[in-house]
Design a protein around this ligand. Sequence first.
Ligand code: SAH
Ligand code: SF4
Length: 344
Amino acid sequence: MNLFDLDQAEFETLFASWNEPKFRADQLWNGLYKNLWSAPEDFSTLPKSLREKIEQNFELNPIKTNIRLFSSDGETEKVLFDLVGSGSVETVLMNYDRRRTLCISTQVGCAMGCTFCATGQMGFGRNLSSGEIIAQILFFERVLVAQGDHVTNVVFMGMGEPFHNYDNVIKAIDTLNNAQGFNFGARRFTISTSGLVPKIRQFAEENRQVNLAISLHSTDDEQRSKMMPVNQKYPIDDLMKACRYYLMKTSRRITFEWALIYGVNDSEEEATKLAMLLRGMICHVNAIPLNPTTGYDGKATSNQRAIAFKNILEDHGIPCTIRLRRGIDIQAGCGQLASKNKTN
Ligand code: SAH
Ligand code: SF4
């Protein structure tokens, strides 16, 4: 277990069981989440015996930097972290407008097997604990604070399917959201899912302020099942019903993600079908030209086709953004660096 796996209440319970006063639990909590402690010397305000007890019982640094890369334009930074225990994951920081958006991982690999995705091509390793998820954010917050800046947004769009690791993802969000600690607003998180319908419904019922993104990529069940095996279990109709349920419960706008693949899902006809499918929903489409991966022979759409796709959606009143492929030169696409490192 690592130190970041505990929430505030768990620290208090633990310290009580160690016969430590509550203010010590508060001191550690503040140290980790307000003062961003990471190195053993940061803990020097705690009594030595307590420090030793913490070190004996917990891992203080659950993620170790393996590779750190900067894109040539300097706007994207990517880190491959080795996890204590097993496996590696990637985290990407994007400077975009005035935002510092962090794209974090929730699993080593992914069980969903989407054919076009480098992480899906790897297969499933294991779930990350809440602390391993949190540690990615704190790492970059420390980097940015040293530059007088902060992480402003966190998207669960790195490796793994966040709703396949639901409890740890939610615990990480709640821990960071705690106003007496890191105090990161729920609205600044976005969870992206390939469409695990029961979890979308559970998430809707919890009515959190966290944003939801759905990876759709096709309006046709046969095609979507080929691209995203999860569709065999939760076909498009079930998925859209769950999305409408979410909208009814939360009134929060949904983002639909669409990787534009040349000749596969980037036609004007497909854009019209998508507009029909999303009719009447409070939503937004994020279209991103496919990031080519070694295990999939599809190509990215052309700029011209991407713009035509966007125009059709907007003609039907559905806002659409074409995302730039950022950090291409550092394999910043989902799972690409980890898979490259594995095969090297
Ligand atoms: N597992 C979650 C979140 C991680 S993937 C999900 O699938 O939603 C984040 C986004 O990147 C998803 O929309 C996913 O479909 C997309 N993606 C994966 N591989 C891609 C690629 N090669 N090119 C473009 N987008 C890709
Ligand atoms: Fe997993 Fe998302 Fe990649 Fe699909 S796109 S394999 S769900 S990480």
